[in-house]
Write a protein that binds this ligand. Sequence first.
Ligand code: MN
Length: 309
Amino acid sequence: MKRLLISHIADPDGIMPVILTDLVFDDYDYKLLEAKDVDEYMKESMQNDTFSQYDEIIITDLSFSVSVADMINNSPLKDKIHLFDHHEGALELNAYPFAKVISEQNSKRESGTTIYYNYLLNNYDNAIIRKKCVKDMVELVRVGDTWDTSSPLFLESRNLGALLANYGILKFISKYTSFLRESDTFYFDATEKTILEIDERRKDEYIENLKDKVIIRDVQDYKVGFVFAEQYRSEVGNTLANYYKNEVDLIAVINLNRSLSFRSLDDKADVNAFASLFNGKGHIHAAGAPIPLGFNEHLIDYLIDMIRK
Ligand SMILES: [Mn+2]
């Protein structure tokens, strides 16, 4: 029985499913993707028959469009695919038997990882994933991914993202697949505490430096603070949304090499609705969208035009 896991490249909620898969299954491959690339990847893989070598295809923290879902539903692939996602924009996929999209249940916001974890618990008699350390790490991922500020784990949950950024994806996966096998409780070791301390200082300086670089514009009915940033996008968005709460409804973080991300405070704009203006999606206070096609080229052409003038 060979499996393929397709998951989100961007954060611990996308990477944790790789770790869970490793704990439960012996024979698997995984593919990490940006949300915007899923449709194309699915179409391509269906065309060139990539999926035929697998018995099960698991998709976590990502979704595809209804048109791709229809293509799958009309093919034998529909019996092989399991999709687990929590993004509100993907709720319509629940119409298909192979998709399970839960944004919130029992007044708790779900993450891609928690939905997949529960699926594994319910379907596989595996001792490792029942360990306390796994349960604790899964919850830490959820709290960080859903920005659950009401959780006592909230501050600690941000450490996972910091460690992922500092370790890199491969090292993060290998560290936690062995750690969760060997340990009973979840904790950050001495090396990690040092990394986290250095990272915290670097992050504070980075965000402080962005405070006077926010450009405020009206976009339809929204007052939007735009800022360019490549790192710490969630914290940049949230810290600046708070810092500019009297001036803007939301913060738009532009990461030219990755995506747009939108953040708002509790009583402010629905950024899921705002993101849809840019073909994006997400949640009410945290959402994202792809960099529009040709955007970076336009910026460079603008730059070149300026020397001509
Ligand atoms: Mn997620």
